[in-house]
Design a protein around this ligand. Structure first.
Ligand code: ASP
Length: 355
Protein backbone atom coordinates (compact mmCIF):
# COMPACT_ATOMS: atom_id res chain seq x y z
CA UNK A 1 0.00 0.00 0.00
CA UNK A 2 1.43 3.38 -0.96
CA UNK A 3 1.81 5.67 2.00
CA UNK A 4 0.56 9.11 1.21
CA UNK A 5 1.31 12.12 3.32
CA UNK A 6 -1.89 13.90 4.34
CA UNK A 7 -1.88 17.65 3.68
CA UNK A 8 -1.90 18.25 7.44
CA UNK A 9 1.14 15.97 7.98
CA UNK A 10 2.84 17.48 4.97
CA UNK A 11 2.42 20.98 6.38
CA UNK A 12 3.68 19.81 9.77
CA UNK A 13 6.73 18.20 8.15
CA UNK A 14 7.41 21.38 6.20
CA UNK A 15 7.15 23.52 9.33
CA UNK A 16 9.49 21.22 11.30
CA UNK A 17 12.04 21.33 8.54
CA UNK A 18 11.88 25.05 8.17
CA UNK A 19 12.29 25.48 11.94
CA UNK A 20 15.89 24.34 11.44
CA UNK A 21 16.40 26.64 8.49
CA UNK A 22 17.45 29.96 9.97
CA UNK A 23 20.82 28.63 11.16
CA UNK A 24 21.48 26.75 7.93
CA UNK A 25 20.31 29.70 5.93
CA UNK A 26 22.58 32.02 7.89
CA UNK A 27 25.54 29.72 7.33
CA UNK A 28 24.75 29.42 3.66
CA UNK A 29 24.19 33.15 3.33
CA UNK A 30 27.52 34.02 4.92
CA UNK A 31 29.75 35.67 2.36
CA UNK A 32 32.45 33.27 1.17
CA UNK A 33 35.89 34.37 2.36
CA UNK A 34 37.57 36.51 -0.27
CA UNK A 35 40.47 34.51 -1.64
CA UNK A 36 43.35 35.48 -3.86
CA UNK A 37 43.68 33.76 -7.22
CA UNK A 38 45.57 30.45 -7.33
CA UNK A 39 49.31 31.12 -7.11
CA UNK A 40 48.80 34.40 -5.28
CA UNK A 41 48.18 33.25 -1.76
CA UNK A 42 50.38 34.77 0.94
CA UNK A 43 53.01 32.18 1.91
CA UNK A 44 52.92 31.98 5.68
CA UNK A 45 53.70 29.79 8.68
CA UNK A 46 52.30 30.18 12.18
CA UNK A 47 53.08 28.34 15.41
CA UNK A 48 52.81 28.46 19.16
CA UNK A 49 55.19 30.97 20.80
CA UNK A 50 57.89 28.32 21.27
CA UNK A 51 58.02 27.98 17.48
CA UNK A 52 59.85 31.12 16.36
CA UNK A 53 62.69 29.13 14.78
CA UNK A 54 60.15 26.63 13.50
CA UNK A 55 58.11 29.19 11.56
CA UNK A 56 61.28 30.64 10.12
CA UNK A 57 62.29 27.23 8.82
CA UNK A 58 58.78 26.33 7.61
CA UNK A 59 58.31 29.64 5.82
CA UNK A 60 61.74 29.47 4.17
CA UNK A 61 61.11 25.96 2.87
CA UNK A 62 57.55 26.59 1.72
CA UNK A 63 58.65 29.76 -0.09
CA UNK A 64 61.25 27.68 -1.96
CA UNK A 65 58.63 25.15 -3.01
CA UNK A 66 58.80 22.42 -0.34
CA UNK A 67 55.47 20.74 0.29
CA UNK A 68 53.82 22.50 3.30
CA UNK A 69 53.42 19.25 5.26
CA UNK A 70 57.09 18.28 4.86
CA UNK A 71 58.06 21.84 5.82
CA UNK A 72 56.00 22.05 9.02
CA UNK A 73 57.13 18.60 10.18
CA UNK A 74 60.79 19.56 9.61
CA UNK A 75 60.05 22.75 11.55
CA UNK A 76 58.72 21.02 14.68
CA UNK A 77 61.58 18.51 14.57
CA UNK A 78 63.74 21.38 15.85
CA UNK A 79 61.87 21.25 19.17
CA UNK A 80 61.44 17.48 19.23
CA UNK A 81 65.24 17.17 19.00
CA UNK A 82 65.95 19.86 21.59
CA UNK A 83 66.78 18.39 25.03
CA UNK A 84 66.08 21.75 26.67
CA UNK A 85 62.46 21.84 25.56
CA UNK A 86 60.60 20.05 28.33
CA UNK A 87 57.29 19.75 26.52
CA UNK A 88 58.05 18.09 23.19
CA UNK A 89 60.02 15.04 21.99
CA UNK A 90 63.43 14.26 23.49
CA UNK A 91 63.70 15.87 26.93
CA UNK A 92 59.92 16.12 27.38
CA UNK A 93 58.60 15.66 30.92
CA UNK A 94 57.54 12.08 31.59
CA UNK A 95 54.38 10.42 32.87
CA UNK A 96 53.88 9.60 36.56
CA UNK A 97 56.12 6.51 36.19
CA UNK A 98 58.99 8.59 34.79
CA UNK A 99 58.46 7.37 31.22
CA UNK A 100 58.20 9.87 28.33
CA UNK A 101 55.10 9.24 26.21
CA UNK A 102 54.63 11.37 23.11
CA UNK A 103 51.56 12.39 21.09
CA UNK A 104 51.60 13.90 17.59
CA UNK A 105 49.39 14.41 14.57
CA UNK A 106 49.68 15.81 11.07
CA UNK A 107 47.04 16.88 8.58
CA UNK A 108 47.40 17.65 4.91
CA UNK A 109 45.02 20.12 3.28
CA UNK A 110 45.00 19.04 -0.39
CA UNK A 111 44.36 15.33 0.32
CA UNK A 112 42.39 15.99 3.54
CA UNK A 113 44.32 13.09 5.04
CA UNK A 114 45.65 12.83 8.57
CA UNK A 115 47.98 10.64 10.59
CA UNK A 116 48.67 10.44 14.30
CA UNK A 117 50.42 8.55 17.07
CA UNK A 118 49.64 8.59 20.77
CA UNK A 119 51.45 7.43 23.90
CA UNK A 120 54.50 6.60 21.77
CA UNK A 121 57.62 5.73 23.77
CA UNK A 122 61.33 5.79 22.86
CA UNK A 123 61.03 7.62 19.53
CA UNK A 124 62.00 11.27 19.60
CA UNK A 125 60.21 12.41 16.41
CA UNK A 126 56.57 11.34 16.75
CA UNK A 127 55.57 13.90 14.09
CA UNK A 128 57.57 11.97 11.50
CA UNK A 129 55.91 8.74 12.57
CA UNK A 130 52.48 10.41 12.34
CA UNK A 131 53.31 11.57 8.80
CA UNK A 132 54.20 8.00 7.84
CA UNK A 133 50.95 6.68 9.34
CA UNK A 134 49.19 9.08 6.98
CA UNK A 135 51.33 8.37 3.95
CA UNK A 136 51.84 4.62 4.16
CA UNK A 137 48.79 3.12 5.88
CA UNK A 138 45.04 3.14 5.64
CA UNK A 139 44.81 4.22 9.29
CA UNK A 140 44.75 7.59 11.00
CA UNK A 141 45.83 6.90 14.59
CA UNK A 142 48.21 4.33 16.08
CA UNK A 143 48.78 4.16 19.83
CA UNK A 144 51.23 2.79 22.37
CA UNK A 145 52.92 -0.51 21.55
CA UNK A 146 51.40 -0.62 18.05
CA UNK A 147 52.74 2.86 17.27
CA UNK A 148 56.18 1.85 18.54
CA UNK A 149 56.21 -1.30 16.42
CA UNK A 150 55.19 0.73 13.39
CA UNK A 151 58.03 3.18 14.07
CA UNK A 152 60.51 0.32 14.49
CA UNK A 153 59.35 -1.27 11.24
CA UNK A 154 60.06 2.02 9.53
CA UNK A 155 63.62 2.13 10.84
CA UNK A 156 63.22 4.71 13.60
CA UNK A 157 65.90 4.38 16.25
CA UNK A 158 64.76 3.73 19.80
CA UNK A 159 66.36 5.79 22.52
CA UNK A 160 65.86 6.87 26.13
CA UNK A 161 63.90 10.13 25.92
CA UNK A 162 64.19 11.04 29.60
CA UNK A 163 67.02 13.54 30.06
CA UNK A 164 68.74 14.15 33.42
CA UNK A 165 66.99 17.51 33.70
CA UNK A 166 63.52 16.03 33.08
CA UNK A 167 64.30 13.15 35.48
CA UNK A 168 65.25 15.59 38.27
CA UNK A 169 62.03 17.56 37.80
CA UNK A 170 59.94 14.35 37.77
CA UNK A 171 61.72 13.04 40.88
CA UNK A 172 61.08 16.27 42.74
CA UNK A 173 57.40 16.06 41.77
CA UNK A 174 57.26 12.49 43.10
CA UNK A 175 59.10 13.36 46.32
CA UNK A 176 56.84 16.28 47.11
CA UNK A 177 53.53 14.67 46.13
CA UNK A 178 52.31 13.55 49.51
CA UNK A 179 53.06 13.48 53.22
CA UNK A 180 51.63 9.98 53.36
CA UNK A 181 54.36 8.14 51.48
CA UNK A 182 57.98 7.28 52.25
CA UNK A 183 59.61 9.95 50.13
CA UNK A 184 61.14 12.94 51.96
CA UNK A 185 60.22 16.29 50.44
CA UNK A 186 63.44 18.12 49.50
CA UNK A 187 63.91 21.42 51.37
CA UNK A 188 62.88 24.41 49.24
CA UNK A 189 66.05 26.37 50.02
CA UNK A 190 68.30 23.68 48.59
CA UNK A 191 66.62 22.96 45.28
CA UNK A 192 68.50 22.12 42.11
CA UNK A 193 68.14 25.23 39.88
CA UNK A 194 66.70 23.06 37.05
CA UNK A 195 63.96 21.94 39.39
CA UNK A 196 63.32 25.28 41.06
CA UNK A 197 62.05 26.75 37.76
CA UNK A 198 59.44 24.06 37.32
CA UNK A 199 57.06 24.02 40.23
CA UNK A 200 53.58 22.80 39.44
CA UNK A 201 52.83 20.75 36.34
CA UNK A 202 54.42 22.42 33.36
CA UNK A 203 52.66 22.04 30.01
CA UNK A 204 53.72 22.80 26.49
CA UNK A 205 53.39 21.60 22.94
CA UNK A 206 54.19 22.94 19.50
CA UNK A 207 51.62 23.44 16.77
CA UNK A 208 52.81 24.66 13.38
CA UNK A 209 50.79 25.35 10.22
CA UNK A 210 51.87 26.55 6.80
CA UNK A 211 50.36 27.68 3.52
CA UNK A 212 52.04 27.88 0.13
CA UNK A 213 51.52 30.18 -2.83
CA UNK A 214 48.78 27.92 -4.21
CA UNK A 215 46.82 28.16 -0.97
CA UNK A 216 47.60 24.59 0.06
CA UNK A 217 47.72 24.16 3.82
CA UNK A 218 49.18 21.61 6.22
CA UNK A 219 49.73 21.43 9.94
CA UNK A 220 51.26 19.42 12.76
CA UNK A 221 50.98 19.26 16.54
CA UNK A 222 53.51 17.41 18.70
CA UNK A 223 53.91 17.14 22.47
CA UNK A 224 54.98 15.13 25.48
CA UNK A 225 51.56 16.08 26.83
CA UNK A 226 50.61 16.82 30.38
CA UNK A 227 53.60 16.26 32.64
CA UNK A 228 53.29 13.40 35.16
CA UNK A 229 50.09 12.17 33.51
CA UNK A 230 48.66 8.73 34.21
CA UNK A 231 50.44 6.32 31.82
CA UNK A 232 48.39 5.91 28.67
CA UNK A 233 46.72 9.32 28.97
CA UNK A 234 46.21 10.82 25.51
CA UNK A 235 45.66 14.55 25.20
CA UNK A 236 44.15 16.64 22.45
CA UNK A 237 47.28 16.94 20.32
CA UNK A 238 46.95 13.68 18.33
CA UNK A 239 43.18 13.88 17.97
CA UNK A 240 42.10 15.17 14.59
CA UNK A 241 39.62 18.00 15.09
CA UNK A 242 40.99 18.79 18.55
CA UNK A 243 44.79 19.20 18.45
CA UNK A 244 44.62 20.27 14.84
CA UNK A 245 42.40 20.41 11.79
CA UNK A 246 42.65 21.75 8.28
CA UNK A 247 40.15 22.22 5.51
CA UNK A 248 42.05 23.24 2.42
CA UNK A 249 39.14 25.43 1.31
CA UNK A 250 39.13 27.45 4.52
CA UNK A 251 42.14 27.29 6.78
CA UNK A 252 43.64 25.47 9.71
CA UNK A 253 43.58 25.52 13.49
CA UNK A 254 45.74 23.90 16.16
CA UNK A 255 46.04 24.02 19.91
CA UNK A 256 48.21 24.08 22.99
CA UNK A 257 47.07 24.03 26.60
CA UNK A 258 44.68 21.91 28.65
CA UNK A 259 43.91 19.06 26.27
CA UNK A 260 40.93 17.73 28.20
CA UNK A 261 39.07 21.03 27.74
CA UNK A 262 39.76 21.07 24.02
CA UNK A 263 38.82 17.41 23.55
CA UNK A 264 35.35 18.02 24.92
CA UNK A 265 34.62 20.71 22.34
CA UNK A 266 36.71 19.51 19.37
CA UNK A 267 37.74 23.11 19.05
CA UNK A 268 40.03 22.97 16.01
CA UNK A 269 37.30 21.42 13.88
CA UNK A 270 34.71 23.81 15.31
CA UNK A 271 36.90 26.84 14.64
CA UNK A 272 37.50 25.90 11.00
CA UNK A 273 33.77 25.30 10.54
CA UNK A 274 33.08 28.73 12.04
CA UNK A 275 35.44 30.14 9.42
CA UNK A 276 33.23 28.42 6.82
CA UNK A 277 30.36 30.39 8.32
CA UNK A 278 32.21 33.61 7.57
CA UNK A 279 34.05 34.32 10.84
CA UNK A 280 37.62 35.59 10.69
CA UNK A 281 40.30 33.31 12.21
CA UNK A 282 40.43 35.56 15.26
CA UNK A 283 36.66 35.58 15.82
CA UNK A 284 36.39 31.83 15.18
CA UNK A 285 39.15 31.21 17.73
CA UNK A 286 37.55 33.46 20.33
CA UNK A 287 34.17 31.80 19.78
CA UNK A 288 35.55 28.30 20.51
CA UNK A 289 37.26 29.65 23.63
CA UNK A 290 33.90 31.08 24.69
CA UNK A 291 32.36 27.60 24.26
CA UNK A 292 35.11 26.06 26.39
CA UNK A 293 34.53 28.73 29.02
CA UNK A 294 30.76 28.09 29.00
CA UNK A 295 31.23 24.33 29.25
CA UNK A 296 33.66 24.55 32.15
CA UNK A 297 31.51 24.06 35.22
CA UNK A 298 33.60 21.78 37.44
CA UNK A 299 34.59 23.92 40.48
CA UNK A 300 38.09 22.37 40.38
CA UNK A 301 38.62 24.13 37.07
CA UNK A 302 37.23 27.54 37.93
CA UNK A 303 38.93 30.56 39.46
CA UNK A 304 37.22 32.74 42.04
CA UNK A 305 35.45 34.69 39.29
CA UNK A 306 33.96 31.49 37.93
CA UNK A 307 36.23 31.42 34.87
CA UNK A 308 38.42 28.56 33.65
CA UNK A 309 41.60 28.48 35.74
CA UNK A 310 43.67 26.78 33.02
CA UNK A 311 45.39 27.85 29.84
CA UNK A 312 44.23 27.07 26.31
CA UNK A 313 45.37 28.62 23.05
CA UNK A 314 44.54 28.23 19.37
CA UNK A 315 46.54 29.18 16.30
CA UNK A 316 44.51 29.84 13.17
CA UNK A 317 45.67 30.27 9.61
CA UNK A 318 42.98 31.43 7.20
CA UNK A 319 43.12 30.71 3.51
CA UNK A 320 42.00 34.27 2.88
CA UNK A 321 45.26 35.61 4.30
CA UNK A 322 44.11 36.30 7.86
CA UNK A 323 45.69 34.55 10.81
CA UNK A 324 45.47 34.74 14.59
CA UNK A 325 46.53 33.34 17.91
CA UNK A 326 43.87 33.35 20.60
CA UNK A 327 44.17 32.54 24.27
CA UNK A 328 41.88 32.15 27.26
CA UNK A 329 44.28 34.28 29.28
CA UNK A 330 47.12 36.70 28.72
CA UNK A 331 49.72 37.73 28.24
CA UNK A 332 50.13 35.32 25.33
CA UNK A 333 51.93 35.32 22.02
CA UNK A 334 52.31 33.19 18.93
CA UNK A 335 54.90 32.93 16.18
CA UNK A 336 54.39 33.89 12.56
CA UNK A 337 56.66 34.08 9.51
CA UNK A 338 55.85 35.55 6.13
CA UNK A 339 57.52 37.99 3.78
CA UNK A 340 57.74 40.48 6.66
CA UNK A 341 60.02 38.02 8.52
CA UNK A 342 59.64 35.79 11.56
CA UNK A 343 58.22 37.38 14.70
CA UNK A 344 56.09 36.93 17.79
CA UNK A 345 52.69 38.61 17.80
CA UNK A 346 50.16 39.01 20.60
CA UNK A 347 47.27 36.60 20.89
CA UNK A 348 43.74 37.95 21.12
CA UNK A 349 42.52 37.24 24.65
CA UNK A 350 39.14 35.98 25.82
CA UNK A 351 39.81 37.16 29.35
CA UNK A 352 42.22 39.93 30.16
CA UNK A 353 44.81 39.26 32.84
CA UNK A 354 46.34 36.07 34.13
CA UNK A 355 44.38 32.99 35.25
N1 ASP B 1 47.62 20.09 24.89
C1 ASP B 1 48.61 19.24 25.48
C2 ASP B 1 47.94 18.07 26.12
O1 ASP B 1 46.91 18.25 26.74
C3 ASP B 1 49.47 19.89 26.50
C4 ASP B 1 49.87 21.30 26.28
O2 ASP B 1 49.73 21.85 25.20
O3 ASP B 1 50.35 21.93 27.20
O4 ASP B 1 48.48 17.00 26.05
Amino acid sequence: MTKRLSRRKFLHATVSLSAGLPLLARLKAAPPPVRPAQGNFPVRAIASANGLKAVQLAYGRIAKGTDPLAAVVAAVNILEDDPDDLSVGYGGLPNEDGVVELDAAVMDGPSHRAGAVAALRNIKNPSQVAKLVMETTDHVLLVGEGALRFARANGFKEQELLTQKARKIWLYWKQSLSEKDDWFTPPDDDLDPDVAKFFGRPTGTIHCAGMNRDGDLACVTTTSGLSFKIPGRVGDSPIIGAGLYVDNELGSCGSTGRGEANLQDLCSFAAVELMRGGLSPKDAGLEVLRRVSRHTTDPRLLNDQGRPNFGLKFYLLGKSGDYAGVSLWGPAQFAVADRKGARLEDCALLHSGDN
